[in-house]
Design a protein around this ligand. Structure first.
Ligand code: NAD
Length: 495
């Protein structure tokens, strides 16, 4: 059984805490490794390494930094299959999903490779007579990232490339449940030729997170995870004077209007609700069926669910893998019971599916006639459960989304351009899809929700990422007219 260590100052460092947490292969239920959880001293060591590295790293020329970023990007591309294999081994998602995750991660490194353009600054010549003004964005120092289990490769890469390209140094605290993929990406970073200490990784739990939140040398922290922890991280970090962006949970709605292409809507609902076993912060968990679209939509989704192949992520015929842990699988299953007890119609019950072995599998579930007071609607389930809420009008659908605690993504399926345009105005969420169920922005835009899906004023990656990891410096200069200079410049007055 392997032990996953920290990586500090370019070296593998074993935890001395004596506290460990298991890593499983969710497809078999077997424990495949353990993670040594960091002590406060180990976190301090990582921050000290990053602080020392900052002194030189931020002085590296744009050209040198760009070259190193490209080296890293190329190593990640060359090792994409190995990263994907590690994702599937510890998270459980099917290999095609893992490959997609790595591709989205690479997109973020590629964006950061454009640092010369991102950091170019602005210049105003002759703002007043003889006075020029220019603004540049400078790095902050040591910044940290705390990431969730569900995208163990991609989410750290939402943060690290932009932060480091801007001249900061970084401490990553990934999810303790599946740390092998991020660990490998950090190793590739070292192999790319960056100086030791520019990127460090510590494994840990609340002890490590709390230390990063209070450490005086950590200037900013990016968090992605569940809403209660995001809120805690935001409040604690800002009370220690840090810049914080904290992305939380979600309950994403997909509105289907009566004129929608039913096949497209049903295909989208199935892939967006059950892909990656519903463990995506942009998963669709509520289909809002408007008017008489409800019956045909539910039928079309049910037909597709029956054809889904659920099995180990390493099996190329599998379309959905297991959940992350046995406890989480059982919690998700509990919501089906709770929905039925509250009066929802269980159209497909995932608990009926049978699987060989001890993997953390659960079948896919579809609940109809869900109402806004049921826990299956009010809670983030984070599993393969799709609820259908029936409403009479578009207006009711928009009001439902507006009243929801979360506002990560929202989608509409319609053939009506006017309705779609109206929805992009009305939808009370940060990322909107028009006939697109999972509108995750490309790496050159930025990602983030509204309401309890994000705390802090800056969303993650893309242009907002560059903004988050830098602070402005504005320089105003005045030079007298060279005609008055004592140096002989060849002007008539000073000859
Ligand atoms: P989580 O909140 O349990 O853990 C996230 C991170 O916080 C981990 O690194 C974990 O070690 C740490 N953590 C856990 N408990 C802590 C505590 N008490 N104090 C301090 N730190 C703590 O989330 P998860 O289960 O790993 O991931 C799933 C959640 O993440 C879902 O709610 C999902 O919606 C959300 N998520 C959101 C986004 C987004 O962009 N908004 C993206 C991915 C996942």
């Amino acid at each position: 059984m392997k032990t996953i260590h920290h990586l500090i100052d370019g070296e593998s460092v074993a935890s001395t805490s004596g506290r460990t947490t298991p890593v499983f292969n969710p497809a078999t239920g077997e424990q495949t490794g353990e993670v040594g959880l960091a002590t406060i001293e180990e976190v301090d060591r990582a921050v000290a390494s990053a602080k020392a590295a900052f002194e030189t790293w931020h002085t590296f020329s744009v050209a040198k930094r760009t070259k190193l970023m490209f080296n890293w990007r190329n190593l990640v591309v060359d090792n994409a299959d190995e990263i994907a294999a590690r994702l599937t081994a510890e998270h459980g998602k099917v290999l095609s999903d893992s490959g997609g995750e790595v591709a989205r991660a690479i997109e973020n490194i590629e964006y950061a490779c454009g640092l010369a353009e991102h950091l170019k600054g602005r210049y105003s010549e002759q703002a007043s007579t003889g006075v020029d003004v220019y603004s540049v964005r400078r790095p902050l120092g040591v910044v940290a990232g705390i990431t969730p289990f569900n995208f163990p490769a991609m989410v750290p890469v939402w943060m690290m490339p932009n932060a480091i390209a801007c001249g900061n140094t970084f401490v990553l605290k990934p999810s303790e449940r599946d740390p092998s993929a991020p660990r490998f990406i950090v190793e590739l970073f070292q192999e790319a030729g960056f100086p030791p200490g520019v990127l460090n990784m510590v494994n840990g739990d609340k002890v490590a997170v709390d230390r990063l939140l209070e450490h005086p040398d950590v200037k900013a922290l990016s968090f992605v995870g569940s809403t209660p922890i995001a809120k805690y991280v935001y409040q604690t970090g800002t009370s220690h004077g840090k810049r914080i962006q904290a992305l939380g949970g979600a309950k994403n709605h997909m509105v289907v209007l009566p004129d929608a292409d039913i096949d497209l809507a049903a295909d989208s609902a199935v892939s967006a609700a059950y892909g990656s076993a519903g463990e995506r912060c942009m998963a669709i968990s509520v289909a809002v069926a408007v008017g008489d679209v409800a019956d045909p939509l539910v039928d079309a989704i049910k037909v597709r669910m029956e054809k889904l192949t659920i099995g180990p992520g390493t099996d190329s015929s599998s379309e959905m893998g297991p959940l992350i842990t046995r406890e989480h699988r059982d919690k998700v299953a509990g919501y089906i019971e709770a929905g039925a007890d509250a009066g929802a119609t269980v159209v497909v019950d995932g608990r009926d599916a049978r699987f060989d072995g001890d993997g953390f599998f659960l079948g896919v579930s579809l609940l109809d006639n869900v109402t806004a007071d049921m826990t299956v609607y009010t809670d983030e389930i984070f599993g393969p459960v799709l609820s259908v809420v029936r409403v009479d009008t578009y207006q009711e659908a928009a009001e439902l989304i507006a009243a929801n605690q979360w506002g990560n993504g929202a989608a509409i399926f319609t053939r009506d351009g006017g309705a779609a345009r109206r929805f992009q105005e009305d939808a009370d969420a940060g990322m909107i899809g028009i006939n697109v169920p999972i509108p995750v922005p490309v790496g050159y835009h930025s990602f983030g929700g509204w309401k309890d899906s994000a705390f802090g004023d800056t969303t993650i990656y893309g242009p907002e990422g560059i903004h988050f990891y830098t602070r402005p410096k504005v320089l105003t200069s005045r030079w007298p007219d060279p005609a008055g200079s004592t140096v002989n410049l060849g002007f008539p007055t000073n000859q």
